[in-house]
Design a protein around this ligand. Structure first.
Ligand SMILES: N[C@@H](CCC(=O)N[C@@H](CS)C(=O)NCC(=O)O)C(=O)O
Length: 201
């Protein structure tokens, strides 16, 4: 399956980690593409022009890291999410929170990259508040043992997001006040799926 990506994209990395955790990494034919480029090799396959994109059949290309991850999980027999019932609902809720946290820290990073006189304090406040609220919930879940069981999709997304913060927002000391989450992340970040997909500096 053609997997369109850029090595620095946390969303693409998330799908690659999911594939690795499912034992499907060898099925992904990695195609590195340019973004925001009218000549990008991705555009004939996906007009959205975002990565990750996964060609699952000739002419059928999936967008969105969570949908790609759900597809891969279904292919592998629902190993990263329960197939149905309340456990699936809860797992999807956690996945949505982790993805929302990742979206938020990316919005935060974008704001910090604007010229200092153009940065909107309201946007920075919005994103720091969002991140703080999410981290407090993740800490409670880590303390309650929510992440101690088998690896699931939400754990992958959360680990990718925390690693992204470490790399791109190093001034944000998210570990402060979140010791159980930090301990969980340290363990998760050592998994082969994570070490095999470390983005370039
Ligand atoms: N919600 C999407 C976000 C994907 C996304 O924004 N990817 C970025 C790279 S990190 C991208 O392709 N940007 C190019 C663009 O927006 O044109 C997902 O979860 O896959």
């Amino acid at each position: 399956m053609k997997f369109f990506h850029v090595p620095t994209s946390p969303f693409a990395r998330k799908a690659r980690v999911v594939a690795a955790e499912l034992g499907l990494a060898d099925r992904l034919e990695l195609v590195t593409v340019t973004l925001r480029d009218p000549a990008s090799a991705l555009l004939p396959f996906n007009p959205v022009g975002r990565v990750p994109s996964l060609e699952v059949a000739p002419g059928t290309v999936l967008s969105e890291s969570s949908l790609i991850s759900l597809h891969l999980d279904a292919e592998a027999g629902n190993k990263l999410l329960p197939a149905a019932g309340p456990a699936r609902r809860e797992a999807l809720a956690r996945e949505g929170r982790a993805q929302g946290f990742l979206d938020g820290v990316i919005a935060w990073l974008r704001e910090t990259r604007r010229p200092a006189d153009k940065q909107l304090a309201a946007n920075l406040e919005l994103e720091t508040s969002r991140a703080g609220r999410c981290l407090d919930v993740f800490e409670r879940e880590a303390s309650a043992g929510t992440y101690d069981g088998a690896v699931d999709m939400a754990q992958v997304t959360l680990a990718i997001a925390l690693d992204f913060v470490d790399r791109r927002l190093p001034g944000f000391d998210w570990r402060k006040g979140h010791p159980r989450l930090a301990a969980w992340f340290q363990r998760f970040n050592a998994r082969p799926s994570m070490t095999a997909t470390v983005p370039p500096a």
